[in-house]
Write a protein that binds this ligand. Structure first.
Ligand code: DX5
Ligand code: ZN
Length: 220
């Protein structure tokens, strides 16, 4: 599976969101990652469907929407209407997970399943036929700019093993504290899709930063 770099727009300058999204696209980003927080599932609020719509109008690359919501079942459709190409929901959410994943697929979008740091790899097993990708959180969700949790590496490797043995192998995405110093270990453990917020938006040249993260992942 090919390496993908996904800038997290949570770390962008929202005062110039359109330009920031376009700079990611021009700089070689594979998808934009959009972090939606409800102030309940995680102790922070971010943005809603209008932000996704704004990004949709700015770029042609796919939009990967990460729903940190207690009830993603109630809102996934609105993010799809706004232009999401992929929607991920948390295994720990308070709804029928299988039904929500299949509702996302029924709209022709890719469905992702996310696991928080304390959730074991095995929690994804009941959903293997229903997912297009798995997102392993490498920080506690809720905020950008946190430190990478190296103790998640064995879990990434375990999810990779589950993927290899699954009837339809799926890509593994990682999110949280991903940068030059941490991406190689995640790639070595089996991740191929890398979300990065601070590491990309704090860099002086986002295109160069995307290229160098991609190179670091390929070196593993
Ligand atoms: C955290 C979000 C991440 C976050 C990553 O809850 O899911 O996508 O924006 O930011 P960095 O790369 O700064 O850790
Ligand atoms: Zn995210």
């Amino acid at each position: 599976m090919s390496i993908q770099i996904l800038p997290s727009m949570l770390a962008a300058d929202w005062g110039r969101l359109r330009d920031a999204a376009r700079a990611c696209e021009a700089g070689g980003a594979d998808q934009l990652h959009l972090d939606v927080m409800d102030g309940h599932f995680v102790p922070n609020l971010s943005f809603g469907p209008d932000f996704v719509k704004m990004c949709r109008g700015a770029v042609g690359i796919p939009l990967d929407v990460h729903l940190m919501l207690s009830r993603p079942d109630l809102y996934a459709g609105r993010f799809i209407d706004a232009g999401a190409d992929a929607v991920s929901i948390h295994e720990e959410a308070e709804c029928d997970i299988a039904a929500t994943l299949s509702a996302i697929r029924a709209r022709g979008r890719r469905a992702g399943l996310v696991i928080k740091p304390k959730t074991p790899a095995e929690a994804i097993v009941p959903y293997l036929g229903a997912i297009d990708y798995v997102l392993v959180m490498t920080v506690e969700p809720g905020y950008g700019g946190q430190s990478f949790m190296a103790d998640m590496l064995p879990k990434i490797a375990r999810v990779a093993e589950i993927s290899r043995n699954a009837p339809a192998p799926f890509p593994i995405m990682v999110d949280g504290g991903i940068g030059e110093a941490t991406i190689g270990a995640c790639a070595a453990a089996g991740a191929t899709q890398f979300v990065a917020g601070s590491a990309l938006f704090k860099a002086p040249d986002i295109a160069a930063a995307i290229a160098s993260l991609r190179a670091a992942a390929a070196r593993k």
